[in-house]
Ligand binder design. Structure first.
Ligand SMILES: Cc1cc2nc3c(=O)[nH]c(=O)nc-3n(C[C@H](O)[C@H](O)[C@H](O)COP(=O)(O)O)c2cc1C
Length: 246
């Protein structure tokens, strides 16, 4: 991770010191210290450059991926297109614990890694590996927007009920409190049967549950949340966000 990325660290903006970061998670004690020192050095470096790169910085998207096999290959395809858009957005990819398993089982880990060097794996609702505090960064409006694609029925159910006990659901809670635009693509949103593909490539027909449809309906009325229906809509969001900020 480069200096610029470390500048995004929200713990320092909250006024945390090395000791607090170190003790925020025992298993991260050494990494916390290294992280803190690098962040301090990175901040100094960037301040010395008079913020020039800040002016020319590209769009930053926090992209959450949850543990859904449905629409996962389609999502990766769109991600490939997105990184080549004129606005050259930087993707900060946040994987739920289940997403990591599912991405692996669908044989898409390499492809995902080729799209961004900034991939963060959920450790708990507040921290990731490598060490980072995404919900705080969203709360501090460090990203242009937050996107969850694909979103599992599980994550949608939690969000709609105000639960924030995972990295992605906590990120939604903090982003929406800060009025950061949050786009969510729930996989289970169309009534009736869907055909999904198993990791083997074999097709499987499933029936969408009414409770999942109700949850998507509830989600659509939540402040700062916008429902997407197809991963192909993401490019238009990026283009319009780029126009707004230019
Ligand atoms: C191979 C595989 C594919 C899955 N596909 C889906 C899916 O398409 N939709 C869904 O809602 N859950 C799916 N799941 C189940 C979720 O991963 C599970 O509900 C998990 O708890 C979701 O956690 P998360 O929402 O924090 O990512 C799948 C699980 C596996 C192992």
């Amino acid at each position: 991770m480069g200096w610029k990325e470390l500048e995004l660290c929200p713990l320092h903006d909250y006024g945390c010191n090395a000791q607090q970061i170190r003790t925020s998670s025992m298993s991260f004690s050494m990494r916390g210290t290294i992280h803190y020192n690098l962040c301090q050095a990175g901040k100094l470096f960037w301040k010395t450059l008079l913020g020039f790169f800040e002016l020319t910085d590209s769009m930053k998207i926090a992209w959450g991926i949850t543990g859904s096999g449905d629409l996962l290959p389609e999502t990766i395809t769109v991600m490939k297109e997105v990184v080549n858009l004129d606005s050259r957005p930087k993707l900060y990819i946040f994987l739920s614990k289940a997403a990591r398993q599912v991405v692996k089982w669908y044989g898409l880990s390499r492809e995902l890694e080729s799209l961004s060097s900034k991939i963060f794996q959920e450790v708990d609702a507040n921290t990731t590996e490598p060490f980072y505090y995404l919900p705080g960064a969203l709360q501090l409006r460090k990203f242009d927007f937050f996107l969850i694609c694909p979103a599992t029925a599980n994550t949608v159910a939690k969000v709609v009920n105000g639960i924030a006990d995972t990295l992605i659901t906590n990120s939604v809670a903090q982003a929406t409190k800060a009025n950061v635009p949050t786009y969510i693509l729930p996989v289970d949103q169309t009534e009736g049967k869907i055909t999904t593909k198993l990791p083997s490539g074999q097709k499987l027909e499933l029936e969408i549950r009414q409770t999942d449809l109700d949850n998507v309906h509830g989600l659509s009325s939540m402040k700062s949340i916008h429902i997407l229906h197809n991963p192909s809509e993401i490019k238009a969001i990026i283009t319009s966000t780029a126009h707004q900020s230019s």
